[in-house]
Write a protein that binds this ligand. Structure first.
Ligand code: SF4
Length: 485
């Protein structure tokens, strides 16, 4: 099943509706979302997860590794990072990563195959070449990184040259994700991230020459001084690079939560209408240039694995967003990393002190987590189907979970009637389909099935922010940019 394509009418309806329907909300890289994890869970949660995963061998694993260090602060940043120029700090971090890997792998059993790995941050390329080799050697000691798998890394183009790109290829990475945000000089000045186009192009060219299978770029809209016309020029430059994948995230200005954002001039932020124009014109332009709208900020060329997986109904979601390999247990390594293992979510300590302290005591650095209930599994499947495939096959869900859908989701179906009236979803016998317009507001559709939000509805309103984390990034119920930067 493929999602219906976006068209001009959907974009025009979206423009008309956007002021009335808030399309923001959780990104559902997990369900329950990370803000529902419990603090200070018993370590048995993690141990039970790893033991259950061990019993599932030889199923391959997915792996996320977090490198938190950055040399400079970008003012828009909401990531869990540590700004430092002291490279001695990363040497220590690498040695503790090794300890963590030994604990996890020791419990999982002999060198489990890793079919998908991703290094995120922070800036993974903060590590010097020897440290990168050391981390990869540690990974290969404790796991079996499948040669045919997807192995990706986030790159700061300001910090890598051709030699470093060659090293990444030598280490087995076959996908790279580059933070760009915007090529406009004034915007770059305002966000404290000076990154000339030529610098980025050199890295993209090197990636192509070295045979990386996929190059992904990240952009952010809603930054200071951006207008639809100016961002259009950035899109021109991006299109000249022809990345395989593109992420276009919405900037959420939350200076009370993220201190670096206090250095952003609020007066220079584009008003809501302009921000919407930037988004709509970007979607129009990218789809006209042949990119497939995967959903939720993501675009891909038609022959990219993500677009192929979506056409073939294999697309899934995990902490990296959309994925072709989300069906596997995911191990998280490093501070704040989240694992999704055998029906449990586990998140590591967010600070170096807590992370090192736990490992010094020989225990896993677990800080938060949750064991999924049967209801969580059912709703995760529904939300995943909506976000990845845009359709619910109701008889199939009923058969898999032994439920009567109309009975189990009476309140949700009533709420969906309102979204159907707005043209976001379409009810047919045995099916619920997300329309092209609904794909642009799919979070809103998915939120209908979020039991935790539903339970919250009766609670007093907070400030709209959950002190929580989605992958390695904060999650909130207001607009946000997210994931790799
Ligand atoms: S945006 Fe990326 S590079 Fe910039 S401070 Fe945040 S994590 Fe570091």
């Amino acid at each position: 099943m493929t999602s219906p394509a976006l068209d001009r009418r959907a974009l025009s309806d979206f423009r008309a509706l956007a002021g009335r329907i808030d399309g923001n909300g959780p990104r559902y890289t997990s369900y329950p979302t990370a803000d529902r994890f419990h603090n200070g869970p018993d370590l048995s949660l993690y141990h039970d997860a790893l033991d259950a995963c061990r019993a599932d061998a030889p199923a391959p694993l997915s792996l996320y590794l977090h490198i938190p260090f950055c040399e400079n602060i970008c003012y828009y940043c909401g990531c869990n990072k540590i700004i430092t120029r002291d490279h001695g700090r990363s040497a220590r971090y690498v040695s503790y990563l090794g300890r963590e890997m030994a604990l996890v792998a020791g419990r999982l059993g002999a060198r489990r195959q890793v079919i998908q790995s991703h290094w995120g941050g922070g800036t993974p390329t903060f590590l010097n070449p020897d440290e990168m080799r050391r981390v990869m050697a540690l990974l290969n000691t404790h796991f079996d990184l499948a040669g045919e798998g997807e192995h990706s890394i986030e790159i700061d183009p300001r910090r890598v040259d051709r030699d470093r790109m060659a090293l990444l290829a030598e280490l087995g990475f076959n996908r790279v994700s580059l933070g760009v945000q915007d090529f406009d000089a004034e915007v770059q000045q305002a966000i404290h991230r000076i990154q000339p186009f030529q610098e980025t192009r050199a890295v993209v060219d090197a990636a192509r020459a070295l045979g990386f299978r996929s190059v992904s770029l990240d952009l952010i809209y809603g930054l200071p001084h951006q207008t639809a016309a100016r961002f259009g020029r950035t899109i021109d430059q991006v299109l000249a690079l022809r990345p395989d994948r593109l992420s276009v995230y919405s900037y959420a200005h939350l200076p009370h939560v993220f201190k670096p954002q206090r250095r952003i001039d609020e007066q220079a932020l584009p008003p809501a209408g302009e921000k919407l124009d930037i988004l709509v014109s970007t979607i129009e332009r990218l789809t006209a240039e042949g990119y497939v709208y995967i959903g939720m900020d993501h675009f891909a060329l038609p022959d990219d694995d993500l677009a192929v997986a979506q056409r073939e109904g294999r697309l899934q979601r995990n902490f990296q967003g959309y994925s072709t390999h989300a069906g596997y247990d995911q191990v998280g390594l490093g501070i704040s990393a989240i694992g999704a293992i055998a029906g449990r979510y586990v998140q590591n300590a967010r600070t170096l002190d807590d992370y090192y302290g736990a490992l010094d005591q020989g225990r896993l650095p677990l800080a938060r987590g949750v064991a999924m209930t049967g209801d969580d599994h059912l709703r995760r499947e529904i939300i995943g189907d909506l976000m990845c495939h845009g359709v619910l096959d109701l008889p199939a869900i009923e058969a898999r979970h032994g439920i009567d859908f109309n009975e189990a989701f009476a309140a949700e179906l009533a709420e969906l009637e309102r979204l159907a009236a707005d043209g976001l979803v379409c009810r047919e016998p045995g099916r619920l389909t997300v329309t092209p317009l609904g794909r642009l507001l799919v979070r809103r559709v998915a939120m209908v099935f979020d039991r935790y939000l539903r339970d919250d509805a009766a609670q007093p309103a907070d400030n709209g922010v959950r002190a929580a984390n989605d992958g390695t990034r904060p999650i909130r119920i207001v607009p946000r940019y997210s994931r790799v930067v």
